[in-house]
Design a protein around this ligand. Structure first.
Ligand code: SF4
Length: 99
């Protein structure tokens, strides 16, 4: 339990994003296809068996990227409501599309 927030160990071998051709969809950059990429990422995350654990990881540790089907703004909103402070990790995330 960290700040009233429980993290779950993630088995990223099950991650739906592990074999995607376009991992950039998890880091849309505001260009013309931004919302198409967000929609694609959210759809993939919606079918991911580790979505809850990924979301919780994203809330606690990630300021950029889509995690658990949530955009950075959605993750920020969750942190505000539950008064969660981001604790960036020193190690590179094990999630496949993060580069
Ligand atoms: S970003 Fe997270 S929830 Fe989305 S597919 Fe990858 S592991 Fe699953």
């Amino acid at each position: 339990m960290i700040d009233g927030f429980t993290e779950i160990d993630i088995d990223y071998s099950q991650a739906a994003c592990g074999k995607v051709d376009n991992p950039d969809m998890f880091f849309p950059d505001g260009k013309a296809d931004h919302w198409d990429l967000v929609a694609s990422a959210k759809e993939l995350c919606g079918a991911c068996p580790v979505v809850l654990a990924c979301f919780m990881h994203g809330v606690k540790h990630e300021k950029i990227g889509i995690w658990g089907g949530r955009t950075p703004a959605e993750l920020r909103a969750y942190r505000r409501v539950y008064n969660i402070v981001v604790e960036p990790l020193d190690i590179e995330s094990p999630v496949a599309p993060r580069n």
